[in-house]
Design a protein around this ligand. Structure first.
Ligand code: GLC
Length: 567
């Protein structure tokens, strides 16, 4: 046996493969996660809404990307006040999306292609149309009453709580049948579930086991940092900015996660990730460090929130991502992402979506995500360089929470022109327009009327066209996933930022067991270089987003190059 190992090691050494020592290898650290927004991916039956059979039709496409995990946004029964983030039956498939049989077939198809499935678990709140809530609101003595938070009206108005999606930003809603208020930190149709009730928690674990038994390989816990609340609702600290952070990471949250870990995660080989990483590094470590027995990873918002309306400074982006990397270099694990269904399109927000720079800058951003430490979460359509839709009229938007806030602005005398200007740039509907498959009718997404308008540039930007171009964002993304798979240094290697104040180029190295790679990303529309101290004569190009990548570190606009640094 030892002889065989020795021979293997010799062969590996001859091929230049370094076997890492002392790293805690896990499949969920090495995986690339592809986030798929079912409503907008592919419609199979012409009703204008994407569905599970549509995804099944595209399984070979998904496989061709080289991703390892698909995270599906919620597919459960829902009245769609928040596109599925308001669940009315956690064990049923939304009719728009298909049937349980379709789901089973989808899981089979993914697993046959060795792709894992992560389900979105939305349990900070349910829909107000969930049976639990219907029961709970019917009487103060209902057995389901304590599944939610109530404030009896005879006690006066409840202590102020801020809601993200309410037209009055008020998280309490008066409910006449029982003369009480219920809490909803998202929309009025998303009443908060009461996690201090052990019965509710057991219901949730049983739902999670139901999906794990059906083949789910992981869970993304939606809005989880808000689940633990003090049911006495003490007044919030004086002077607190109106925001949800005033009651995030409440006491009890870690006990709930440890319990969930015992009741669900420990029983399956599943990955777990929470939306939100708390208020500070300590919170984040407490959520994800291996010895805590809570979650595998969390996604922190500080990085993704750097890009805003009005632009951002590259040095800020570097500072934030480098700080988070440093903090998790030895303990814990994070995810890396620049986009999701709650953000505008990556290339419009972080890059440059003008026709001459769009493809280069989108490939540059993909290079960043796939060469950083942390598990990459990559949002569907970004592999094509899909852009913001450019909606300028309120009628074009479909996101109800956005419409609620528009109502708030309108009622409070806000500047609606400005609101729309911002929404055009940063509204999340930008990332929810249909996937652009072809240059044909409705971008090949549906044969019917799409539920939301298709971005007008689909004739230029679509998968069919990009398939034929070896240097398209699509084919480049495939090369990137391969590069990461073939180079463990890109997963586990030490990250070092070079030339931090450089406002044009983001430069860093990754290093592991004698293997070193250099990543140069020119985030500007001008030629640029970075002070790296690297001898480029010894550097080998591993990948670049221009057909002939720069050999000497002199970068063209939005050029991205990954070099293998020879020792
Ligand atoms: C999460 C989801 C978002 C949703 C909200 C309420 O932030 O990502 O889409 O609106 O939770 O469920």
């Amino acid at each position: 046996m030892r002889k065989i190992l020795l021979v293997l090691a010799m062969i590996a050494a001859a091929w230049g493969v370094a076997y890492p020592k002392d790293i805690d290898r896990k499949w969920w650290k090495e995986a690339v996660v592809y986030q798929l927004y079912p409503r907008s991916f592919k419609d199979s039956n012409g009703d204008g809404v994407g569905d599970l059979r549509g995804i099944i039709q595209k399984l070979d496409y998904i496989k061709s990307l080289g991703v390892d995990v698909v995270w599906l946004n919620p597919i459960y029964e829902s009245p769609n006040d928040d596109n599925g983030y308001d669940v009315s039956d956690y064990r049923a498939i939304m009719k728009d999306f298909g049937t349980m049989r379709d789901f089973d077939e989808l899981v089979k198809g993914l697993h046959a292609r060795r792709i894992k499935l992560v389900m979105d678990i939305v349990v900070n709140h349910s829909s107000d149309e969930h049976e639990w809530f219907k029961q709970a609101r019917s009487s103060r003595t209902s057995p389901y009453r304590d599944y939610y938070y109530w404030w009896p009206a005879e006690k006066g108005t409840p202590p102020a709580r801020w809601s993200l999606f309410d037209p009055k930003h008020d998280a309490w809603m008066y409910d006449a049948p029982t003369d009480s208020y219920y809490l909803h930190i998202f929309s009025r149709k998303q009443p908060d579930l009461n996690w201090s009730n052990p019965k509710l928690r057991q219901e949730v674990y049983s739902i999670m086991r139901f999906w794990a038994d059906k083949g789910a390989d992981g869970f993304r816990l939606d809005a989880f940092q808000f689940v633990a609340k003090d049911p006495k609702f003490p007044p919030l600290a004086e002077g607190l900015e109106p925001s949800l952070m005033g009651y995030s990471m409440g006491a009890g949250i870690h006990d709930y996660l440890k319990e969930m870990n015992r009741e669900v995660f420990s029983k399956y080989d599943v990955m777990s990730v929470a939306e939100g990483a708390g208020r500070n590094f300590q919170d984040a470590h407490d959520l994800v460090d291996a010895d805590r027995q809570e979650l595998n990873m969390a996604y922190a918002f500080e990085g993704v929130d750097v890009a805003r309306y009005g632009g951002y400074k590259l040095s800020t982006m570097k500072e934030v991502f480098s700080r988070w990397d440093r903090e998790f270099a030895d303990r814990g694990w994070l995810s890396i992402f620049l986009a999701n269904h709650d953000k505008a399109r990556m290339v419009s927000l972080w890059g440059n979506d003008k026709p001459e720079f769009r493809a280069y800058s989108s490939k540059l951003l993909s290079t960043f995500i796939l060469t950083m430490r942390g598990t990459p979460y990559y949002y569907n359509g970004d592999e094509l360089g899909m852009t913001n839709a450019g909606f300028g009229r309120i009628e074009d938007f479909r996101d109800k929470p956005l419409l609620y806030i528009y109502e708030y602005e309108k009622n409070s005398g806000g500047d609606l022109g400005k609101f729309l200007e911002r929404a055009k740039f940063e509204a999340r509907d930008n990332a929810r327009t249909p996937f652009q498959w072809t240059a044909g009718a409705q971008a090949g997404f549906t044969t019917g009327n799409p539920w939301i308008k298709i971005a007008p540039n689909y004739r230029e930007i679509n998968a069919a066209k990009e398939e034929k171009d070896p240097n398209s964002p699509l084919n480049y993304f495939r090369r990137l996933t391969r590069l990461r798979r073939d180079n463990l240094v890109l997963v586990y290697g030490k990250y070092k930022l070079l030339d931090p104040p450089n406002e044009a180029v983001y430069a860093y190295t990754r290093e592991l067991d004698g293997k070193k790679m250099l990543v140069l990303l020119n985030f500007s529309d001008q030629p640029a270089t970075a002070a790296t101290g690297v001898d480029f004569a010894k550097a080998k190009i591993a990948l670049g987003n221009y057909a002939a990548p720069s050999k000497d570190g002199k970068l063209r606009p939005y050029e991205a190059v990954v070099y293998d640094l020879q020792k």
